[in-house]
Design a protein around this ligand. Sequence first.
Ligand SMILES: NC(=O)c1ccc[n+]([C@@H]2O[C@H](COP(=O)([O-])OP(=O)(O)OC[C@H]3O[C@@H](n4cnc5c(N)ncnc54)[C@H](O)[C@@H]3O)[C@@H](O)[C@H]2O)c1
Length: 253
Amino acid sequence: MNKRNHGNSVAVVTGGARGIGLGCAKALVTKGFDIVLVDVLDEELKRSTATLAAKGVHAESFMADVSLFERAQEVVDDILTRYESIDVLVNNAGTPMPKGLLDISEAEWDRTINVHLKGCFNWSRAVVPSMLRSGSGRIVNISSISAYSGGVTRAVSKFAYAAAKAGILGMTRSLAKELGPSITVNAVCPGAIKTELTGKMLDERSAEFTEGISLQRLGTPEDIGEVVAFLASVEPNFINGQAITVDGFQWIT
Ligand SMILES: NC(=O)c1ccc[n+]([C@@H]2O[C@H](COP(=O)([O-])OP(=O)(O)OC[C@H]3O[C@@H](n4cnc5c(N)ncnc54)[C@H](O)[C@@H]3O)[C@@H](O)[C@H]2O)c1
């Protein structure tokens, strides 16, 4: 077999073209991982892949909607023609759904669950067989403090998003049981992180948010990336099935 052998482990990051996903990819690169970015944004994917490759690792990318299992399997099969196994999966892709129960359509509910929750299923299902064959793997799922709080404010309901993010925590714990001892599955729950997704809203309400955060600042993709890279590395051998909140201690709910 003509497989790539950089001596590097490979990490797949969904929603990796920008924001928190790119922050995770950058942190994984500093740990020496080769990177595969998966996203639906073509231009951003190309730009971010080039940025990562410039740091001296192998970086590649795929256009894929995480809600589609068949596409996940196709991409994973393609990666495995070049790599012996996939070592790390970061399930990060997501999009907000700020609509209340009486405003949301059935299609919007389905889409929210399909991207956030089924996306984690699709990519875990596609990647885990190779991790089991190699005898090790790390999965890190990006949930949210909304899984606990139900959303940041009463004014903007995010109940479908909160449901999907809480579902990710249940899946994380259950898969951690099922896939041990070779694979660990953990989650990270970001608080208010300044990204393209939240930028405008957080700019407008920056003072209100930082007032309710003990560390008196908004989070950055790098803040999340550092924790994800730690959970994805080999050192935390006894952390499994956990959800780590990274929010500077935010008490606005
Ligand atoms: N920013 C925050 O404050 C915050 C807080 C808690 C949780 N999160 C979660 O972190 C994750 C990343 O959010 P972000 O703030 O970086 O947002 P972002 O919009 O900057 O990045 C999300 C990325 O996911 C991609 N994506 C969306 N739907 C996709 C799909 N169906 N298939 C493939 N890729 C898709 C987008 O194209 C984008 O590149 C999300 O799951 C989000 O819910 C964000």
